[in-house]
Every structure is written in C-alpha cells, then in structure tokens.
Write a protein that binds this ligand. Structure first.
Ligand code: AFP
Length: 340
C-alpha cells in the first residue's frame, strides 16, 4: 500500500467533513513545530540544550532548557500560523494572545510543550501534548476563562513522543491514528490507523513509591494486582513506569495497559487536587484513549466531563484498558458511597 502522509490524511479528513480547512492547517503547523522540537531533542548534549534553564515555570517547577525552547518553538509557529485566537501552555501563567501583526483564527490551542522533561538528561522519551478548542464566537481577545471548556468540546487532541522514533498520535473524534516521522523525507507518515486498546490487560503503570500515601480504594486495587495468581484477580500482572506520560500512554495504545496518577495524602497535604494538568495533559490524553476504545477517569468520574475551574487545574488520572479502569473507578465510587 502507498504510504499516506499527514497532509494527505488531513485532506481526507476535510473531505469526510470531520475538520475544516483552518483546523487542518493548524495541525500542520503544530506538527511542523514538533519536528523542530524533535531536532532539538535529538541533538542532546551536542546541541547544548540539556540541563536546567535556571528558571521556574508557573507551577514552581524548575524549567529545563528544552522546556523553554519547545515552548518558544510552539508559540512562534502558531502565532504566525494565523489559525488561532490564542494559546495557553504549561509554561505560562496566562494565555498568550496572537500578536496584532498576524491574522487571527477561530481556535484555541493548549499544550504541554515538553512533558516528562525530567527524563531529558538521561536520554529517555519525552513528548509534546496538545488540545484544540473552539474560541467562543463573540470573543475577540480570549482570556483564561474562555479556555475553561470541558474535554468533550475538544476538536482535536494529540501528542508527539520523541523516542527511538518520533511519533505523532492524533484524534479529531473519529478514531485515534498514529504517524511516524520519516526523518529522511521530513514528513509524518500514517503508520497505524484506528488504534484499539484491548479491553483487558495484565500490565499497569503507577509510581509505586507513592503507595503509602494512596487512598484506601487505590491500595485495594493495586494490592489485588500485586497478589497476582494467588489473589482475587487470579492472574499475574506486570508493571511499567517511564515517568513520561506520553511514553506510558503510547505503550498502552500499542499493547494495552493502564496508567494511574491517583490522588494521594502527600498531594492533599499541599492543598493539591492531583498531579497531572487537566487542560493540556488529562483532557487530550482522555480524548485520544477514549477514541481508541479505552476509558479515562479521575477515579470517580469521566475526565472529559470535568468542568474546568482554572487553566492549570490538576486532576487524578486513571486511563487505559476499559475493564481495568472501570474496576479501579468502581472501587473508589463504592468507597465514597460507603463513607456517605
Ligand atoms: P515532568 O515533565 O516534570 O518530568 O513530569 C512528568 C509528568 O507530568 C508525567 O509525564 C509523568 O507521568 C509524571 O509527571 C511522573 O511523575 P513522578 O515523577 O511523580 O513519577
């Protein structure tokens, strides 16, 4: 079969009526920016891009040089692109308006420019996550409040994983599709159409070092997995944790599995509501996973139904193979009901 490039795929999606011309061009611009990020990531130590930037982001986390570079690449490409009303990033407190010298569009773009960046210095996969929303019709200068739309309203979501290969995963709400960067040609090529996450799995991903801080239903669920063949589940489970959400989610989209970043007492003690960010991590990943037949919850409710209250809001994240996510969520809901 002849290879299908991302551009050809986008044209097909336009013809099918799934997206309009502006959204198609917006995705092209994001993909082009991610190719530039891939080049910077791949240079490693030779590019002088490893290590800390010496600054903190809006969430008080130390920024890596590549966090800052990736953010600038995405901002610059998209400001120029002419398809956006504004964009928002993990690295910036407030949304960035489109400079007056460029045309404006109807879309809002949210992104985590380089997720898993603590992995950069040890040469482990990192990624970019993005989400596209429609700018409300009557809004000329979008503010944070205009981004606060539930995940069900996303027009598109995707991520790029910078691993042994650079891979783009994309959904417009009509399945989840994977494109691999052909480095010689310089274009993304469709490598898997309509990814499906198996309903069952024997592999889970969680940061076990937080175990003692988890809530009782999480302790129960993971305890049962760890008991393996001798426990109530009657089978052995394997564990993986890359600490790059993109890499962990990509494994799940490839061979099934579940990913958890639950609420815990350590997070609660700091007044937190979760570890991962709703608008540019949980929502796009939930959209991608649901479109591949998986499930995504906060442990209590569907992620895509959460009404956001703040741009940088954090939520617990459970996602992956449907039957396991439903079971872990049921344990939490039942525990809440028992407590009244
Ligand atoms: P960084 O971007 O700060 O490395 O955080 C990555 C991340 O948001 C997500 O990609 C990982 O799944 C998760 O944090 C890892 O968290 P732990 O370091 O607590 O395992």
């Amino acid at each position: 079969m002849k290879p299908v490039s991302l551009i050809q795929f986008l044209i097909e999606e336009r013809r099918a009526g799934h997206i309009n011309a502006e959204l198609s061009l917006l995705i092209e611009v994001v993909a082009r920016a991610c190719k530039r990020i891939a080049v910077a990531v791949n240079k490693g130590a030779l590019g002088g891009v490893l290590g800390n930037a010496g600054t903190d982001n809006v969430q008080g986390e130390a920024q890596k040089k590549l966090d800052v570079i990736s953010n600038e690449i995405l901002l610059e490409a998209n400001a120029w692109g002419g398809h956006l009303a504004a964009c928002a990033s993990e690295e910036m407190e407030d949304p960035q308006p489109i400079p007056d010298m460029y045309p404006k569009g109807q879309h809002l773009l949210l992104f985590d420019p380089l997720d898993g960046s603590s992995n950069i210095d040890v040469n482990v996969s990192v990624g970019t996550i993005f989400s596209v929303l429609r700018c409300p019709d009557d809004v000329v200068e979008p503010k944070a409040e205009h981004f606060l739309q539930p995940g069900t309203t996303q027009l598109a979501a995707g991520y790029v994983v910078y691993g042994p290969a650079t891979v783009l995963v994309l959904t417009f709400g009509h399945g989840t599709h994977e494109f691999t960067l052909d480095r010689e040609v310089g274009s993304f090529v469709l490598s898997r159409r309509d990814l499906r996450i198996p309903e069952q799995t024997a592999e889970f991903a969680i940061n076990m070092s937080n175990q003692r801080h988890w809530e009782a239903p999480m302790q129960r669920y993971v305890g049962e997995l760890l008991a393996g063949k001798d426990g109530p589940r009657g089978k052995d489970f394997n564990m993986r944790w890359v600490a790059s959400m993109v890499a962990d989610v990509h494994r799940i989209l490839t061979r099934g599995g579940v990913f958890f970043y639950p609420m815990d007492a350590k997070i609660a003690a700091k007044g937190g509501t979760g570890k991962l960010r709703l608008m540019y991590e949980a929502n796009p990943m939930a959209f991608i996973v649901e479109q591949a037949g998986g499930a995504a919850t906060t442990g209590r409710a569907r992620i895509l139904d959460v009404q956001p209250a703040a741009l940088h809001q954090r939520v617990p994240v459970f996602l992956g193979s449907r039957q396991e996510i439903e079971l872990a969520t049921r344990y939490h809901v039942e525990a809440d009901e028992a407590q009244g």
